[in-house]
Design a protein around this ligand. Structure first.
Ligand SMILES: [Zn+2]
Length: 398
């Protein structure tokens, strides 16, 4: 009963090996019972038995529990000799279904595969294989018919400029796929995730202003609008403010003034999140004619752009902002303003589709923590499986 066996499967013997802390349960199909072909279900004669196989089952009272069976083979007049299916395990698995379900729970709860292996008494490769099969099952069951909003984003992987590109379902808040690099080929590979027949339902794709992402998306999902979302725009503007600060700090230090020393995060952080100290600090800049203050004000005022619901009003707002920014005599700000101007259509699409890559940004911390446990992720495919396992919202159980 505990094994979930259905007749005529029956337990032959139970061998309690005290010294090894192990229980071995022998299961068999009675010789005098008829058998059916796994392909057509026709009752036929039993040909013979395969060699003994073993499956790891859930522990019994902390004793490792093994099921053994010599699985019979049927002899169908039409399909020939076939090994029949066993009800306690998936084909080719060395674990019972119950154990595999439990292992998946542990993998979800554990901080890393290494930690899960210790809890499960498995090797790293065995645990990895369970995770991989779980993801395969989930992907084969996944429905991609009605996706409306897709996000495409890049993430750092490993050191320096190694990137991975991530495709996510914005409404569902889950990762659809991960591929190495952020090239044209990478973006094409990402789009292979959603069959062409299902891409018609996609209304918009949120992404960075990265050429490869844009060009390939226009080609592969031609009906979808491209939306450049506020997170990416904010990132560019923030970088520009920081460049202005660095340059100005250098100039001021040469004149023996250190007013900008240690202010990096003051300028980068949202004023809503300023500490009391930072507020006071900011106030003290009031009377100084600082370039970084101007750059900061230009960046802050861009937030107003995202409030508009009408394209024409948003465009008008942008034009005013653009005039201000490009006449600021602050080179980094002028450069970003020009970039934004070139991608204005994609930013204006935000009026129509209020989507952002915030979901992907939220998944980001999860993905980062998976990377932190990356002992086994020297291999990209392992990293990918782990992201899909934890962030794919897949139906992974056997
Ligand atoms: Zn048959």
């Amino acid at each position: 009963m505990l094994l979930g066996l259905v007749p005529p499967w029956c337990v032959g013997s139970v061998d309690l090996q005290m010294d090894q802390k192990r229980v071995v349960i022998e299961v068999h199909w009675p010789d005098d019972h008829s058998i059916s072909c796994p392909d057509c279900g026709t009752e036929c004669r039993m040909k013979d038995h395969r060699d003994e196989r073993r499956w790891r089952h859930l522990d019994t009272m902390r004793f490792e529990t093994i099921i053994t069976c010599r699985v019979p083979r049927s002899d169908c007049p039409e399909h020939g000799v076939k090994t029949i299916k066993v009800p306690w395990a998936s084909p080719h698995s060395r674990f019972t279904l119950m154990f595999e379900r439990f292992a998946i729970e542990v993998l979800y709860g554990a901080r890393s595969i290494t930690q899960a292996t210790a809890l499960l008494g498995l090797s790293w490769d065995q645990a990895q294989a369970i995770q991989e099969r779980a993801v395969e099952r989930g992907i084969s069951r996944r429905k991609l018919e009605d996706i409306k909003y897709v996000g495409i984003d890049e993430k750092n992987f490993g050191r320096g400029h190694d990137y991975v590109s991530v495709m996510s379902d914005i409404a569902k808040g889950c990762v659809l796929n991960v591929v190495p690099e952020r090239t044209k080929e990478a973006t094409e590979a990402l789009w292979e995730t959603i069959p062409e027949a299902h891409r018609g339902s996609i209304r918009a794709v949120a992404m960075d202003m990265w050429e490869a992402f844009m060009n390939v998306t226009n080609e592969k999902a031609s009906k979808a609008d491209i939306v450049h979302d506020k997170f990416h725009v904010a990132k560019y503007l923030g970088e520009a403010v920081d460049k202005v600060r660095k340059q100005e700090n250098r100039e001021l230090l040469e004149q023996g003034k250190d007013v900008l020393k240690g202010t990096k995060f003051l300028w980068l952080r949202n004023p809503k999140n300023w500490s009391e100290n930072q507020k006071t600090h900011f106030e003290s800049f009031r009377d100084e004619q600082l370039k970084v203050s101007r750059a900061w004000a230009i960046r802050q005022s861009f937030n107003g752009f995202w409030e508009y619901w009408y394209r024409k009003s948003a465009e008008k707002y942008f034009r005013q902002w653009y005039y201000w920014a490009t006449h600021s005599r602050l080179a980094p700000i002028i450069e970003v303003a020009k970039t934004l101007n070139r991608h204005l259509a994609g930013m204006l699409n935000y009026c129509k589709h209020r989507i952002t890559n915030a979901v992907a940004e939220g998944l980001n911390s999860k993905i980062q923590s998976l990377k932190a446990n990356a002992r086994g992720f020297r291999n990209f495919e392992h990293y990918r499986i782990s992201i899909l396992f934890h962030c794919g919202k897949l139906d992974v159980y056997p």
